[in-house]
Structure formats: C-alpha cells, structure tokens
Design a protein around this ligand. Structure first.
Ligand SMILES: Cc1ncc(COP(=O)(O)O)c(C=O)c1O
Length: 370
C-alpha cells in the first residue's frame, strides 16, 4: 500500500469547495496585493498567536529577514542560532550582512540548547534565533532567562498553533518573544497554494517598521524612509489560508493522534527512538522524526515498499560548504551532527488512514526484524 510522505490532494479534497468559493470571490473582486483579504488573515493569525500584530509577507524566509532588519541587525553583528534547521534560518542572517553563530541542540527535542546559546553570546551578539523544530516550541523562557537583554526571534515556520506552558500559562508559538515568524509553505500544517509568510509581534513600533519594510521601506507610496523589500503576501494566498485556518487545530490534533499511534507501536523496537515531546509543549507535529541506526538502509527499504520518508536535515548548517568561511569543523556541534546521521521523518499528515499507519509501523518493524 503506498504511503506518501505528504498527500496534499487528500487534504484539498476535504476543503475544495470552501477554498474554490473563496478564490472565486477574490478573483471576481480583482484584489490581488495586500488589502482587506491580507488584513483579515493578519487579524486571524494575531488572534491565534495571542499577539498584538501580525504582518503578512512573501514567505517564511523573508519573515526572518525582515525581523532582523526591523531590529537593525546587519554588518558586524552576530546572531546565535541552531545548525539543525532548514537553511533559511541562517541564510537570512548571512543575507542581512551579519554572522551566524551556531550552537548545538538538545538531543531529545532537536531544539537549541539555551546553555550553549548563552555561552556563545559576545558583545557583538544582537539576537538569538531559536527554531521550533518539527512543530515543538523551543524553550524560549530558558533562552530569555539566560540572555535577558537580547531580542529573541522565534523561527516558528514549523510550529504555527503550537504552545508551551510557561510559568503556568499556555504561551502560543510567536507570542512570548520579540518577533515570531511563520511560513505558509505548502507542506506546513497551515500551507498555502504557493509561498507565504507572516511575522508576529507584541511591539507596536516593530510592527510599524515591519509593515514599512515589506513594501520597499515606505509608509507612503513613492516616499521611502529606508530601503526595504518587495515582500508582500498575495491576497490569493491569504484567502486560501483564511479558508484553511478553521481546520488547523483539528488537523494538528490528527497529527498528534497519528504520532501517538506510531510511538505506542514503535516504542518497544530497541533500535527506534521515537520523538520526545517536552511535557510543557503541545507539538503540532509538522514532522514525526525517529532516530535509528542504519537510517539510510531503512529509508531505502521503506521506499522500495512505497513508503515516503525524508531526512530533515542531512548536513548541519555549520558544516555547509557556503559557511566554510566561518571556520567550523566537524565535531563542534556533536549532537546536531549525530542527529543528522540518525533522523528519519515518517508520513504524519492527518488524512493518513489507519491501514496506512499500520503499513508504516509494520514495515519499520519488519526492517529491524521485530
Ligand atoms: C525552520 C524553517 N525556517 C524557515 C523556513 C522558510 O520558510 P519559506 O519556505 O516559507 O521561506 C522554513 C520552511 O521552509 C523552515 O522550516
């Protein structure tokens, strides 16, 4: 039985009429750039994230880039982040002219180690970028406690709608930091029909600056206070995302249920380490990532049996050729390097049938002879 890593058609089939209805209205209105459809989505995402402001932009990469620009991060500055993430987290640091400083992860959660982040701070450090990897929030309160004076940009590209209990209160992804950034890449839990991104903040001044930066740095058309970017969210994406948003919490709950099923049926396989979720967290399981020996052989075995999987991420960022100029050596972020050799993400989307879940479980077990 085929089990793709992700089946966007299965999800589209469940919301086709709603999405096409919203798109038809928009096309009839001929409102394509920013405007009321984007403002409506911004209000909805701000409400979800418990933030005062949400600012739509072209993609999740730009969201991080704009966040750093709004914080005046540039040449000569350092930004501390994790090497075990999608490239955009660090590519944007380079692209604003700053220096990425990579520190290792906590092996169980794959998220940045707050102690390692604190140890890497210098007089040039201007921000910390923790990433909520695979849908589980990073321990932002620990980062803040250790580094109270620096802004935190939470790369929440993979964690929209995730939460973490901090001081007895449920805090949403993006809520408890200086700036939070989301991606609406189609494979995210809330995915558009193309690229899209969003920035959230509680800070009025940062919000004003971010709104300006996404339209070439001018608050008034044709008058430019600073040089910004063309990073607008398409209204077409905004109406698709607004139509999908009411389903997000039950889709994420479906992913959690699938994760629980996998974990309870794989936990007794000694070779398999199932994902660990910090008890303070409610993960949205953008990915379900196991650690295994003979990972590449398992992936081939699954592929031969029609089961999709993926390696997020095979080479940590401190060892990427493009960052050779930073001078990192293998062994400097050992937990990230170890994870890169062991991780495998399995299909976790909410539309998986129980037969498909059993197929994945049975095939992983068979590979290890269990
Ligand atoms: C952790 C992380 N950061 C940033 C991004 C960049 O988002 P986008 O692809 O929308 O530019 C992604 C997603 O692709 C991501 O997973």
């Amino acid at each position: 039985m085929p089990v793709p890593l992700l089946d966007l058609k299965a999800q589209h089939a469940t919301i086709r009429d709603e999405v096409l209805g919203a798109l038809t209205t928009l096309i009839d209105d001929q409102l394509f750039i920013l405007g009321e459809p984007v403002e409506r989505l911004e209000r909805l995402i701000a409400a979800l994230s418990h933030t005062r402001h949400a600012i739509g932009c072209a993609n999740g990469t730009d969201a991080i880039l704009l966040a750093m620009r709004a914080l005046d991060i540039g040449r000569g500055d350092e930004v501390v982040t994790t090497p075990f993430t999608f490239f955009a987290t660090a590519g944007t640091i380079h692209n604003v002219g700053a220096t990425p400083v990579f520190v290792d992860i906590e092996p169980r959660s794959f998220n940045i180690s707050p102690a390692a982040a604190a140890a890497a701070v210098t007089s040039r450090t201007k921000a910390i970028i923790p990433v909520d990897l695979f849908g589980q929030m990073a321990p932002i309160e620990e980062v803040r406690a250790r580094i109270p004076t620096l802004p935190i940009i939470e790369d929440a590209a993979q964690s929209i709608g995730a939460s973490r209990v901090i001081d007895g209160r449920k805090v949403m992804a993006g809520e408890g930091v200086t700036i939070g950034t989301f991606s609406f890449f189609p494979s995210k839990n809330l995915g558009g029909y193309g690229d899209g991104g969003m920035i959230v903040t509680q800070d009025d001044e940062l919000a004003t600056r971010l709104r300006r930066l996404r339209v070439h740095g001018g608050a008034r058309t044709y008058y430019h206070d600073e040089v910004g970017y063309n990073s607008r969210l398409d209204a077409l994406q905004a109406v698709v995302l607004a139509a999908k948003l009411p389903h997000l919490s039950h889709w994420s709950a479906g992913r959690r249920a699938n994760a629980a099923y996998y974990s309870s049926n794989l936990a007794d396989v000694p070779e398999v380490t199932v994902p660990w979720v910090d008890p303070a967290n409610e993960s949205i399981f953008n990915q379900y990532t196991i650690r295994v020996p003979r990972r590449d052989a398992l992936q081939t075995y699954l592929k031969e049996r029609g089961i999709g999987s993926s390696i997020y991420y095979p080479l940590p960022l401190h060892l990427q050729p493009c960052f050779a100029y930073l001078g990192y050596q293998a062994g400097q972020c050992p937990e990230s390097e170890k994870a890169a050799g062991e991780v495998l993400s399995l299909p976790i989307y909410p539309e998986l049938t129980s037969a498909q879940l059993d197929e994945v479980v049975g095939t992983v077990r068979a590979f290890f002879g269990r």
